[in-house]
Ligand binder design. Structure first.
Ligand code: CUA
Length: 343
């Protein structure tokens, strides 16, 4: 019985490991080993150096252990003296050298990551603020754009990110573009991001920050320069204020049910600063920092009871009458480039 159980467990573990292995190789996996920019490429290079040196050391150690076992068996003698010189060289000097070299290489890479050679002066600087459990993304003063859980950048450009936290420790990580950088209370950390090709790159909080740490995701959307400029222009504008129809009624619902106490929509008088700015909500990739897709059904569920979808988050359930909810959804969904807020 025990053997059968052990066998089942071993089989389940093998299948799970194989699944993770396959996932890491798949196109969807946001893996550092499939870099999309110079930051991640540097990390990938260091990873392979560590991997190959570790592999060589492992093979040498295994051969040494086998040789010792075979020789002692043959000799039948376990009482001879240890070769002191061999222990000092193989056990102290060589490991010290290997670790010192890797320490030096990691310092070199850290310094190079701290300031890209090709960065424009002054660079485009975006401020990212970690909250439990979402990301506030602020574009430079003057652009007016404030979004959440997604960072649009121009492709092929070094973009400076200034990272802060509003509460606990978070860590900002886009595996395909850049290494992790912690967000530490009371200080601003600077890092850089650059994407070689247009695309959407998944990011994730990489430091345990409470119950919904796993639902603290974001995306970096790298766009050709003209597309990025058009997006930034749109995202920085005030939302158009609808004057009739369901969208106008929806805006009233937004203001009257208390949404506006926590959220802002620029240009409407809603200036709450607790939750994400919703000026561009119709255009976002997800609701709840990657918790559910951003569509009408999920938005409706989220507003009715956010605690069902993401327990522990700061937003309380909103008792909105069904007819009002339809108008509210129509209004919020219109806040995108092709909707009411179109430039
Ligand atoms: Cu934020 Cu984990």
């Amino acid at each position: 019985m025990a053997a059968a159980r052990l066998w089942r467990r071993a089989r389940a573990l093998t299948v799970t490991s194989a699944a993770f292995g396959l996932l890491a190789c798949s196109d969807q996996a946001p893996s550092t080993l499939r870099p999309g920019g110079p930051g991640a490429r540097r990390v990938e290079g260091f990873w392979w150096q560590l991997f190959w040196v570790s592999a060589v050391v492992c093979v040498i150690v295994v051969i040494g252990v086998v040789l010792v076992i075979v020789r002692r068996r043959r000799a039948g003698d376990v009482s001879h003296r240890e070769p002191t010189m061999f222990v000092v060289v193989a056990g102290v000097v060589v490991p010290f050298l290997v670790l010192a070299i890797f320490y030096g290489l990691s310092l070199r890479d850290t310094l190079r990551l701290a300031r890209p050679d090709a960065a424009a002066n002054p660079p485009l600087t975006i401020e990212v603020i970690g909250h439990q459990w979402w990301w506030e993304v602020r574009y430079p003063p003057g652009t007016g754009a404030v979004v959440a859980n997604e960072i649009h950048i121009p492709v092929g450009t070094d973009v400076r990110l200034q990272l802060r936290t509003d509460d606990v420790l978070h860590s900002f990580w886009v595996p395909q573009l850049m290494p992790k950088t912690d967000m530490i209370a009371g200080r601003t950390n600077t890092t850089w991001v650059r994407a070689d090709n247009p695309g959407t790159y998944r990011g994730q909080c990489a430091e345990y920050c409470g119950m919904q740490h796993g639902h603290m995701a974001f995306v970096v959307i790298a766009q050709p320069r003209d597309e990025f400029d058009a997006w930034l222009k749109w995202a920085g504008r005030d939302a158009a204020v609808p004057v009739a129809g369901p969208q106008q009624r929806g805006l009233n619902v937004f203001k009257q049910t208390g949404c506006a106490a926590c959220h802002s929509i620029r240009g409407t008088g809603a200036i709450g600063g607790v939750g994400p700015d919703l000026t561009t909500i119709g255009d976002r990739w997800s609701i709840g920092a990657g918790t559910v897709p951003n569509d009408s059904d999920h938005l409706r569920q989220w507003i009715a009871n956010p605690q069902d979808l993401k327990p522990g988050n700061a937003m309380p359930p909103q008792p909105v009458a069904p007819a009002d909810m339809d108008d509210l959804i129509a209004y919020l969904r219109s806040l995108k480039p092709t909707g009411q807020g179109a430039p």
